[in-house]
Design a protein around this ligand. Structure first.
Ligand code: IPD
Length: 277
């Protein structure tokens, strides 16, 4: 099976690159935008096309495997992790960026076996950088080995987060309160780039020291979790316990110290689990 998962990963890399090319072309065309769970939860025709391209190619190649995809799930397909080899796919992460041609958009492909993440591939469509990691084999960006920052002191940290789709006053108050707490730590800075997967990749490269979010999905975390862990970082639940892929919340950091600090500061925002549907 070791050889088999490596073959799967090689296929994932090829598909991520060709999907990225489709995204680069699509960004120049007029976009057909619709909304999903809230007015801030966007989807375009390109999201559907790219997901269809990725899943149909993989299904042909690996007919016994299972698939969890952002748009298939939105269309009502079950989002449940079983022991079977499962591909966890975000065709366009950063859809709002894509709609605005803001150049932070990625294709994310994760792969789990027996509910354990085995590898992750994230392709930055505009920069054409490829982040890859396989469990036990290290993390890489364009073939160069990645290493997290290992920063322990939050007062020297650059922290990333994302907003999430809920925009009601109560949620926004908690969201701002969390940022305020970290800024008064005082962290060096807090950034929001509009793509959970690319933000998480910045933790893997050491460009950022931590990331946290409420409201992301399993396809935003799956590939990135392997990449951060293989770069020496920690990826946990906002409670401080082990990561729950379906819980829609995460804290990732280059050190356990910063992860624990963030866990202590955060007020939770509740989102419905991915596996509730
Ligand atoms: C979303 C983006 C966004 C984050 C959301 C994600 P999508 O992914 O990464 O920045 O705040 O939680 O779901 O919808 O663009 O694939």
């Amino acid at each position: 099976s070791d050889k088999c998962w490596q073959e799967c990963m090689d296929v994932a890399v090829q598909i991520a690159r060709s999907a990225g090319q489709v995204v680069r072309e699509a960004v120049k065309q007029e976009k057909r935008v619709s909304t999903k769970s809230t007015p801030a939860d966007l989807v375009t025709e390109a999201d559907h096309q790219v997901e269809e391209l990725i899943i149909s190619t993989l299904r042909e190649r690996f007919p016994s495997h299972r698939f969890i995809g952002e748009e298939s799930s939105a269309a009502g397909e079950k989002c449940i992790l079983t022991d079977n080899p499962t591909w966890i796919i975000d065709p366009i992460d950063g859809t709002c960026n894509f709609v605005h041609s803001f150049p932070m958009v990625a294709v994310s492909i994760g792969f789990a076996v027996k509910k354990e993440l085995e590898f992750g591939v994230i392709y930055h469509c505009f920069e054409e950088t490829l982040y890859t990691a396989r469990k036990g084999h290290g993390a890489f960006c364009n073939g160069l080995r990645l290493q997290v920052s290992k920063e322990k002191d939050v007062s020297k940290a650059l922290i990333l987060t994302e907003i999430g789709a809920k925009r009601d006053p109560k949620t926004l108050k908690i969201f701002s309160g969390n940022i305020e707490k970290l800024l008064s730590a005082p962290a060096h800075g807090v950034r929001i780039i509009g793509s959970s997967t690319l933000a998480l990749c910045q933790v893997a490269t050491g460009a950022a020291d931590a990331y946290y979010q409420y409201g992301l999905h399993c396809w935003d975390i799956a590939a990135a979790a392997v990449i951060i862990r293989e770069a020496g970082g920690v990826v946990i639940d906002t409670s401080g316990g082990p990561l729950d892929l379906m819980s829609r919340r995460v804290v990732a950091a280059g050190s356990q110290e910063i992860a624990s600090y963030i866990v202590q500061q955060l007020q939770p925002i509740s989102y419905e689990r991915d596996d509730n549907g």
